[in-house]
Design a protein. Structure first.
Length: 316
């Protein structure tokens, strides 16, 4: 492994690879320029438990044994929010396993992550196809024997319109397309529930499992029924209902696991520039991944059974 020069200064370490001063036992970094997406594991300071701020995220993460060598499975991990989440977790020392429908595309994503200093793997996994679950389970069990983090990131939205309500909504509740309803729920709800239940034995083997269900603010019945809400005119029946159902799964699973170290939460990423969110969205994927990364790395006293965006609770 190629290392880069580091030197001590003012009680910290100046890392010339990251152009930052890393301070021990602190979440503060003395720097005006920290590269985002650099090969953090190549840094001596990183490998010795110092602190590195991921620029562009606005968050500081402790680089220590609490996260290093954990195993995270991210469904839909080869692009968009999934790939960003995998990279951000990887830069914390977590091994990112990308669950993808197309292993060739997954292998390309793994190469990208490895070029950034992350450790990553790929496994064929289609959330809408339970026949792929056994292979994913076998991969995780044989290679790692546990699963510390499950990020249920994969999801679909087949209705038109925009996610923030700027365009005419695509609500078809009066004459719903049952096919779209079934297909949306199969991926966003039924498949996610089935996969989580299949992987729970491995999550239970981890010291402190974390389950993150990627929801949406559009699943909030409180906000969807409030005429003063900024999402009141953003209605896509199948997608919204599937996220409401996913939130119910979060609440019920968190309750069932309340006597264990496992934490289960729903994450709203925001309106993000992805294939689903479109080019006009407010947030870059680096911002959109913040909530999932935070929930995936919660400490022992962190919340469970919640619904969050950028560490703030959302109304159900």
């Amino acid at each position: 492994m190629r290392l880069f020069a580091c030197e001590t200064a003012n009680g910290g370490i100046i890392c010339h690879r990251h152009r930052a001063t890393l301070m021990p036992h602190s979440n503060q970094i003395s720097t005006r320029s920290v590269n985002h997406g650099v090969s953090a594991p190549e840094c001596w300071a990183w490998r010795n438990g110092w602190v590195l701020q991921i620029a562009g995220l606005g968050l500081s993460f402790p680089m220590n044994e609490n996260q290093k060598d954990k195993i995270a499975l991210i469904t839909g991990g080869n692009r968009g929010l999934g790939l960003q989440t995998a990279g951000d977790l990887g830069r914390l020392g977590i091994i990112a396993v990308l669950g993808v429908r197309d292993p060739e595309k997954g292998a390309s994503a793994v190469k990208q992550l490895e070029s950034e200093g992350c450790r990553a793997e790929v496994v064929r996994l289609d959330v809408s196809d339970p026949a792929t679950f056994a292979g994913a389970y076998a991969h995780l069990e044989s290679r790692h024997g546990k699963l510390d983090i499950l990020v249920n990131n994969a999801g679909i939205r087949q209705e038109g319109g925009r996610l923030n309500g700027e365009a005419p909504n695509s609500n078809q509740t009066e004459s719903p397309a049952i096919k779209i309803l079934r297909e949306t729920f199969e991926t966003n709800f039924f498949g996610t529930v089935a996969l989580t239940e299949r992987l729970l034995p491995l999550i239970r083997k981890a010291p402190a499992g974390r389950i993150v269900n990627l929801s949406s603010i559009l699943g909030s019945l409180t906000l969807q029924s409030d005429p003063s809400s900024n999402i009141y005119d953003s209605k896509a029946f199948a997608y919204d209902a599937s996220k409401t159902a996913l939130n119910a799964f979060t609440v019920n699973l968190a309750y069932e696991l309340r006597g264990t170290p496992i934490k289960v939460n729903s994450a709203h990423p925001g309106w993000v520039r992805t294939d689903m969110g479109g080019e006009g969205a407010d947030l870059d994927v680096s911002e959109g991944a913040k909530t999932s990364v935070w929930l995936a790395t919660l400490p022992a006293d962190g919340p469970t059974g919640g619904y969050f965006h950028l560490q703030k609770r959302l109304p159900w």
